[in-house]
Design a protein. Structure first.
Ligand code: GTP
Ligand code: MG
Length: 599
């Protein structure tokens, strides 16, 4: 028996046991929890800064999966990033008064050059992002901008592209309000309502991505914040560029996610210079005891500069002793939580790899968004660092699962390397990080799995994965023997000796596995896959993906509860589960209290 069929049989046996002991346990979850309950339980899905965006430019379209896939087919990851960065350099961020005339505002700005795009959003006040056609307009605008007169305090005369619009005289209340659109992610209750209006699980998962993904405006704002930060760091390193990486650019970003930034001092995308035999010049530099020490010292001064002189930057923390030293701060005008790192080229390459995966097939993004949302709803992941699985690890797990499909939905990393051209060659700190950049070179066999099937089999796959002995390796696209005794081993895609999930402890992994088993089992119940009709009180029982977001009866304490729970043997867990079920006239109903207490 192959590992897979053995694992599958093993899983099915467990599923049968569960089915026998609680034939209606899933049904009880289906019928017992109304929408209201779900909303309440999962309200804290992702504590986000409340922000609203409005685009007044009809040409700025929301980034839907398919549109994005079409628009990037001809462009490389690097070309897209460079284009966005260049747009950000031609942009300004302006705080606006409560009432103002959009027309007058634009007429005023147009004196400095053509306004290419603009949009408004709300973040404790109205803000406008304005992109000019030419960079010269920024210089002209800055020339006509004054420093504020500050009473009782003194202003740091740092002239950035974060500005305030002063409206003389009494503001008329007759100005039409610009179209401010809500841009923070909807709460789980609203998401669930949307999902319940769909007709299939596939439609639900597509809708989830469309609802949660970063919009074009949000991405522009992220690049603008990086560009503004670059101006500050430029005081020390005039040639530097601050580039976003992680979920801002890897195609898996959800509204409200943090902005991960790299301080690029030596041209991440620059070709390594070949040493000729003729004359050449070298910069004279200071040296430090190690790369890490140099990175720490650079981040420490930049962090201090951001703290003391960076307009809008608050709560600056230098977290320099971490494995990956960072400066963390909040950028108030945008509402973004920012993590600034330096000397982290590999992370940018990981972002490019995930971006490639996200654009090879739209189902990849739908599956990643749904698994991330499911994990967050069950506190498998958290925005606080700890012993839980991170979104990055979870995404790599989805990639690995999709490499295992037959036919495979995603290529291995080794295959991406084979397809690379000479200009894709990339070696970072001795690690060969080469991957093909031209998406059109990647040919895949046709896989016709539905999203419903993929989601169900994802849960089955990891509900029965031999985590105790196997490592997840997306370079080979195969399980490999675990080289060390950590609970979860996911080989770092570009640094083979490292484990990206070293932080995960056995208890968190066990919760993940149990939830996968429970969700796989739920998706095997036919009735859960079909849209349910409204009940007499108007509520609709969660079905499909919405049902998977309901609090788990079986899983123990998650991220929220740090109290150590004694691990119970499986038999007593089953007994507790049975105790939490109450049979009433042939219908099984979960005791609300016991279900709640499992959160
Ligand atoms: P969000 O949770 O939406 O922020 O997802 P994210 O992908 O941005 O994750 P996070 O902010 O935690 O990390 C940013 C990026 O850093 C990731 O996308 C990875 O490229 C990289 N990264 C994060 N954790 C690790 C890790 O443990 N090892 C390595 N090599 N890279 C990591
Ligand atoms: Mg991030």
């Amino acid at each position: 028996m192959s590992i897979h069929s053995h694992r599958r049989a093993n899983f099915c046996a467990r599923v049968r046991l569960k089915s026998a002991m609680a034939a209606s346990f899933g049904v009880c979850r289906l019928h017992f929890r109304s929408l209201g309950g779900l909303d309440r339980f999962c309200h804290g899905l992702e504590p986000q800064t409340q922000r609203r965006f409005t685009s007044t430019t009809p040409t700025i379209k929301a980034q839907t999966g398919s549109k994005t896939a079409d628009s990037v087919k001809s462009k490389t990851f690097q070309a897209i990033q460079e284009e966005r960065r260049e747009q950000a350099e031609r942009s300004v961020l302006i705080s606006c008064p409560a009432k103002f005339s959009e027309k007058k505002f634009l007429d005023f700005l147009s004196k400095h050059g053509t306004v290419n795009k603009h949009f408004f959003y709300n973040s404790f006040g109205a803000y406008a992002v304005v992109e000019f056609s030419n960079k010269e307009s920024i210089a002209s605008l800055k020339e006509s901008t004054g420093l504020p007169a500050v009473e009782h305090e003194a202003a740091v005369p740092f002239k950035s592209r974060l500005l305030s619009l002063k409206w003389p005289g009494i503001q008329s209340s007759n100005y039409p309000t610009p179209n401010f659109k809500e841009q923070s992610p909807p709460n789980i209750g609203d998401i669930t309502k949307l999902l319940l209006q769909k007709h299939s699980v596939d439609e639900q998962l597509q809708c989830l991505t469309e609802t949660l993904q970063l919009t074009e405006e949000n991405i522009s704002l992220r690049f603008l914040v990086c560009s503004l930060l670059g101006d500050i760091a430029g005081a020390y390193f005039p040639e530097c560029i601050i580039r976003p990486f992680g979920s801002t650019v890897n195609s898996f970003g959800k509204l409200g996610c943090d902005v991960d930034m790299i301080l690029d001092l030596d041209g991440i995308y620059a070709r390594s210079q070949k040493k000729g035999s003729g004359l050449s010049l070298e910069y004279q530099v200071k040296t430090g005891p190690s790369e890490r020490a140099v990175t720490q010292s650079i981040l420490s001064v930049v962090g201090k500069c951001v703290d003391q002189f960076g307009p809008g930057c608050v709560g600056v923390q230098n977290i320099l002793q971490a494995r990956c030293p960072i400066v963390r701060f909040a950028h108030q005008p945008s509402g973004f939580q920012c993590d600034l790192t330096a000397n982290n080229k590999v992370a940018m390459k990981s972002s490019e790899l995930l971006f490639l995966c996200g654009h090879l097939d739209p189902r990849v993004r739908h599956l990643v968004f749904s698994v991330r949302c499911w994990a967050r709803a069950h506190s498998i992941t958290s925005s606080i660092p700890g012993a839980w699985i991170t979104n990055f690890s979870l995404t790599v797990m989805v990639v690995f699962f999709l490499q295992q499909r037959s036919p495979a939905m995603l290529p291995t990393l080794d295959r991406l390397k084979e397809l690379a051209g000479p200009s894709d060659k990339c070696v970072i700190e001795g690690n060969d990080c080469t991957i093909v950049s031209d998406l059109s070179k990647i040919a895949l066999q046709k896989n016709t799995d539905t999203l419903e099937k993929l989601l169900q089999e994802f849960f089955e796959f990891y509900g029965n994965f031999p985590f105790n002995k196997a490592s997840i390796n997306i370079r080979k696209g195969k399980e490999q023997s675990k080289p060390e005794a950590t609970a979860l081993h996911i080989q770092n895609p570009f640094e083979a000796t490292l484990n990206i999930s070293k932080n995960v402890n056995a208890a968190q992994l066990e919760r993940f596995v149990k939830l996968c088993q429970e969700s796989a089992w739920l998706l095997q119940q036919k009735e859960i896959l079909e849209p349910s009709s409204s009940q007499s009180d108007g509520s609709v029982s969660p079905w499909g993906f919405a049902a998977l977001l309901a609090p788990s009866v079986t899983s123990g304490a998650g991220v929220k509860s740090r109290r150590k729970k004694k691990t119970e043997p499986a038999s007593s867990r089953i007994k507790n589960l049975l105790d939490s079920l109450k049979i009433k006239g042939g219908e099984t109903v979960a005791k609300k209290g016991s279900a709640n207490s499992s959160r």
